[in-house]
Design a protein around this ligand. Structure first.
Ligand code: SAM
Length: 285
């Protein structure tokens, strides 16, 4: 029997037919916590519903409720509230051989980006130098460090809370030798890295909206032999070319050549909107 059916059965004596019909279809699991989104009409009975989840899911210790979106340039959860179980938002979420330890009420973790977190590591060749410009808690840096033969990753994060969590996760996963974490604005930090002589094989630009204002500075990391940039954005279905044009325009102004090697749809982002990544090869003219 599907989970939704079991949940509906369990709540059939306490919810009306209408309320049962608007129970959520799914939920997000992070370690031993689940996060549910409830239709506002169900909020009056949120505790009873939360308890039903807890009773049905034996490995789950806490249920939280998501009442907001991911907001601001730090991409933080707007409003995640404790509902039932153990009131402890610090989770250890295991994915692809990595432990991500973080506070689910302060730090986002997108299930939809799972394939991209996994995939990037498969592209990395032995000895590469990588700059992860919007590193967060190490979404990309940690799996790359763990599963590839990368030389060095420079992981830049501006939000002090995420930076602290990044440092903890590097330690927790024993990846101190592979990752250098930097707390700062990547717009400035990439220039500092470039001035220090660093040239990268790969630059990850993973943030919403597309980090167009950061391209000029990021280009300063380009190697003589060329550098791959993983550039994220949101596009209308199949319209990755307009996102590439934005990148290309800056390259032309700065006298770089760029080629779109490939692109991937990461996840659906809304009606006819898709989170996309472009893999762009850049070389100085
Ligand atoms: C949440 S991650 C997105 C990671 C990945 N794309 C994903 O969805 O899994 C983006 C991170 O960039 C950070 N950030 C935003 N502006 C920044 C800046 N100017 N310099 C460095 N980090 C920045 C945010 O604080 C956030 O942690």
């Amino acid at each position: 029997m599907s989970f939704k059916k079991r949940l509906t059965e369990k709540l059939s004596d306490v919810l009306t037919e209408e309320e049962l019909s608007i129970l959520p279809r799914g939920f997000q699991t992070l370690g031993n916590i689940i996060i549910v989104k409830l239709n506002p009409k169900l909020l009056e009975k949120k505790e009873i519903i939360g308890q039903a989840y807890l009773d049905l899911l034996s490995k789950i210790r806490s249920v939280y409720i998501n009442k907001g979106r991911i907001i601001g340039s730090f991409r933080e959860p707007e409003n995640i509230e404790f509902l039932v179980g153990e009131d402890n938002p610090i989770v250890e979420h295991r994915e692809h051989g990595i432990i991500y330890r973080f506070d689910i009420t302060k730090i986002m973790f997108s299930q939809g980006n799972l394939n991209e977190r996994r995939f990037l590591a498969t592209l990395v060749k032995k000895g590469e130098k990588i700059v992860d410009m919007f590193a967060g808690i190490g979404y990309f840096s940690l799996p790359i460090a763990k599963h590839s033969e990368v030389g060095q990753i420079y992981s830049i994060e501006l939000n002090p809370k995420s930076y602290k969590t990044l440092l903890e996760n590097i330690k927790l996963n024993h990846l101190e030798e592979k990752i250098i974490a930097i707390n700062g604005d990547c717009k400035k930090e990439v220039i500092e890295l470039s001035k220090s002589g660093l040239r990268a094989d790969r630059v990850i630009m993973g943030v919403f909206p597309a980090p167009i204002d950061f391209i000029k500075e990021a280009l300063s990391l380009t190697k003589k032999e060329g550098t791959v940039f993983h550039f994220e954005g949101v596009v209308e279905k199949d319209d990755h070319s307009s996102l590439f044009k934005d990148f290309e325009e800056v390259c032309q102004e700065e006298q770089y050549n760029c080629n779109l090697n490939s692109h991937r749809l990461v996840k659906s982002y809304g009606p006819n909107l898709f989170h996309t990544v472009l893999d762009i090869f850049v070389k100085k003219n």
